[in-house]
Design a protein around this ligand. Structure first.
Ligand SMILES: Cc1cc2nc3c(=O)[nH]c(=O)nc-3n(C[C@H](O)[C@H](O)[C@H](O)COP(=O)(O)OP(=O)(O)OC[C@H]3O[C@@H](n4cnc5c(N)ncnc54)[C@H](O)[C@@H]3O)c2cc1C
Length: 447
């Protein structure tokens, strides 16, 4: 079997810096308002102006959501996935507020003195045939955001399909509505911007659900081994793919067999770049991960990536602290294996925590790397203890012991684990004197 070419020099995520991406988002979100102001058109009163501004802003936010959350490396390649998804959610909530207020603003002069008359006017507006497409877009958008807010009630992959379809229907209907109704509908530059935005959004959807999965299926990755690592933990190994470059700490989206395009899940790569295969540490969490054991050897796998910004370059050049909790050991393993393979000489300390000793997966390998490279290593188990494993949780004394003799202001810390643990350790490290910009973390659950 052909081995994967994972031997190129590692690199961090590519694309715009997070601040630049946020600025670009803001500029593009405001561009339709600026164009409307330049059109020379005069809305009929403050309420109409407010209604139009809300509608224009909502539509630009909606179209930008496709580019922003579409796994497009140029836009989000250097931003941590939890930050990207939090931004996506915050923008969606703002967008929902704009969309709800958009029709109400037009009837505000009636609604304020006489709510019943205002609502009757709203009903008459909604019943007009000219409004049908806009109404469909409004309902699709409101339903899409509400379903997203309640997404834990629906199977994750069903939700992703509904989310894509709902957003596409809302975007197409809203663009049609914007270019056919309202004071600015006849202003050509604005209409061109809307059509270009819609075209881009549809192309991105076709790219991520059509061309990309087809291209990834041809890359040749296959399951070569699945073996147990501890209670509820599995090691998955993929071989056979070609031309795959990544940096230690990054993750990929995996789709097994003939999985539909929206049916993929994110997993951090646990192997070091350049070792010829991809290795994952997978914890049983739900539908897919509880069936990992049953994946047959030879099954084709689509590997979409690398993604993520949990990379060594962000921790700076000083002493390095690696902290892992539970399945968060996966990217830390990749980093440790990479540093070992590169013969890293800077001081390194490792803290690995789990619920029980048997869940401290790959502990023997990490202890051996630490011994060979003279790293400081601490293993903690919540429930039990063993030789080389203390009982308990990370606390300030333990962190101080790991950093003893180092200048905390020069330390770079990379943390991956359950959110409460990760955030608590990050807070304690800040109190000890580690600079916030040297704290790099990855969260597996951004809900
Ligand atoms: C950047 C990143 C890297 C990750 N790396 C690892 C890893 O190395 N090892 C590991 O064991 N786990 C990792 N995870 C978590 C892993 O993706 C989920 O546990 C897995 O997708 C659950 O799928 P499921 O079908 O078994 O669970 P489901 O039954 O679908 O859901 C169980 C839980 O997993 C969450 N979940 C489901 N699908 C996704 C998804 N596509 N994205 C995010 N959350 C999801 C749900 O919100 C739910 O809380 C990572 C997650 C992220 C975001």
């Amino acid at each position: 079997m052909r081995e994967g070419r994972t031997d190129r020099p590692p690199r961090g995520g590519s694309g715009l810096a997070p601040r630049a991406a946020a600025m670009l988002f803001l500029v593009l979100a405001l561009a339709p308002l600026a164009l409307a102001a330049l059109s020379g058109e005069e809305p009929g009163g403050w309420h109409e102006e407010a209604g139009l501004a809300l509608g224009l802003s909502a539509l630009s936010l909606l179209l930008l959501q496709f580019a922003h959350a579409g796994r497009w490396p140029v836009v989000s390649g250097r931003t941590a996935i939890d930050v990207t998804m939090r931004f996506h959610r915050a923008a969606a909530i703002l967008l929902l507020a704009f969309v709800l207020l958009h029709p109400l603003a037009f009837i505000a002069p009636l609604l304020l003195p006489d709510p019943w008359q205002g609502l009757a006017r709203l009903q008459a507006m909604a019943a007009s045939p000219r409004m049908t497409v806009g109404l469909v877009a409004w309902v699709a958008l409101v339903a899409t955001v509400l379903i997203a807010l309640a997404r834990r009630l629906i199977a994750y992959q069903v939700w992703r399909l509904l989310h894509g379809i709902g957003a596409a229907v809302a975007a197409a209907g809203a663009v049609w509505h914007a270019v056919s109704i309202g004071v600015y509908s006849g202003f050509r530059p604005l209409a061109l911007l809307w059509w270009a935005g819609l075209g881009g959004a549809i192309l991105l959807l076709l790219w991520s659900w059509g061309w990309k999965p087809w291209r990834l299926a041809a890359a040749g990755w296959r399951v070569s081994d699945v073996s147990p690592l501890g209670p509820g933990y599995w090691e998955l190994r993929l071989t056979g793919g070609s031309d795959f470059r990544f940096s230690a700490g990054q993750f990929v989206w995996l789709a097994f067999g003939r999985a539909l395009p929206w049916n993929d899940n994110p997993f951090s790569i646990a192997s070091a770049p350049g070792c010829g295969h991809l290795h994952f540490v997978i914890r049983e969490a739900g539908d897919l991960t509880s069936r990992i054991e049953a994946l047959p050897v030879g099954l084709p796998v689509r590997v979409d990536g690398p993604h993520g910004a949990f990379t060594l370059d962000r921790a700076g050049p000083g002493p390095l602290l690696l902290v892992a909790g539970g399945a968060g050991i996966a990217p830390i393993l990749s980093i440790a294996r990479h540093l070992d393979a590169m013969g890293e000489t800077r001081p390194v300390a490792l803290l690995h925590c789990a619920r029980s000793v048997s869940r401290l997966v790959c502990r023997a390998e990490l202890a051996e790397i630490a011994r060979r490279r003279c790293w400081r290593a601490m293993f903690l188990s919540e429930e039990d203890e063993a030789e080389g494993v203390a009982r308990g949780m990370p606390d300030r004394q333990r962190l101080q012991a790991l950093l003893a003799g180092w200048n905390p202001a020069e330390v770079g810390a990379m943390l991956c684990g359950p959110e409460p643990m990760t955030m608590a350790v990050a807070r304690m490290l800040e109190e000890i004197g580690v600079r916030p910009d040297r704290l790099v973390y990855e969260l597996f659950d951004y809900a």
